[in-house]
Design a protein around this ligand. Structure first.
Ligand SMILES: [Mn+2]
Length: 245
């Protein structure tokens, strides 16, 4: 199989900006990472085609550009702030949307990193949120009163059986592992817990994005973020190979 790598260099936040540079920073460390990972040789089974970057524009225009660029291959999309997930989901049209995120991103606001999961749920994509631990009261009330969105357990993820788009906000990781995000949160998932979630979904995945990485002078965090991306690719390759696809 091959992966199609697409960066979306957009950060419309007003504070702790920088995630628009993440696609460049993350690509820089790929060459430093071991490609034989968790039993899979990505050089043999998971080669990349790099489709370059999309620069900020209106969301509707981004949907069109994403559709045109992602003609074949398994989409791996690098943000960007979390709002980039909205045009990507609209372009790819999965049945199910799963987001790994410390925050549910369900505020009742115009499309932005605070409201993206709510917008996607309201557009009719069955939405699961995994790893969330910091809710506003309004988000809590919305999620508990709306069938379109669910706080998921690992068992819920394993039970999904439809084509799924996965969005990974790096802040789902515990802040001690990954402080290089706009809004780090303690009490988060370990690296292995995130991989367990990916493994639960892998056979149904049709696209994955990675968002909210905030490049810092500490390249260690970029290497860890890159490791999560490569580990995800390895899980996808394993699932597709065992499915005979
Ligand atoms: Mn988010």
């Amino acid at each position: 199989m091959h992966f199609s790598l697409l960066g979306i260099c957009l950060d419309r936040k007003r504070f702790r900006r920088g995630s628009h540079n993440a696609p460049y920073e993350l690509r820089n460390v790929f060459s430093q990472l071991e490609t034989f990972i968790n039993g899979v040789d990505l050089q043999t089974h998971g080669w990349f085609r790099d489709l370059g970057n999309i620069l900020p524009k209106k969301y509707e225009e981004m949907v069109q550009e994403i559709k045109i660029k992602l003609q074949d291959g398994f989409p791996i999309i690098l943000g960007g702030d979390h709002s980039i997930t909205y045009p990507a989901v609209k372009a790819i049209e999965p049945k199910v949307f799963v987001t790994f995120d410390a925050h549910p991103d369900c505020e009742n606001e115009n499309l932005c990193f605070l409201s993206v999961s709510r917008k996607i749920a309201e557009d009719g994509f069955k939405t699961y949120i995994y790893g969330a631990r910091c809710f506003s009261k309004a988000e809590w009330d919305f999620i508990n009163n709306d069938d379109r969105v669910k706080i998921a357990t690992l068992e819920d993820l394993k039970a999904i059986n439809e084509p799924t788009y996965l969005s990974i906000d790096f802040d789902v990781l515990d802040s001690s592992i990954m402080p290089a995000v706009a809004i780090p949160e303690p009490n988060g998932l370990t690296f292995n817990q995130v991989l367990e979630g990916i493994r639960a979904l892998a056979k149904n995945l049709m696209a994955v994005d990675f968002v909210e990485f905030l490049p810092t002078d500490n390249v260690s965090y970029t290497l860890i973020a890159g490791k999560l991306i490569y580990s995800t690719l390895a899980e996808i390759v394993k699932a597709k190979l065992s499915n005979g696809r």
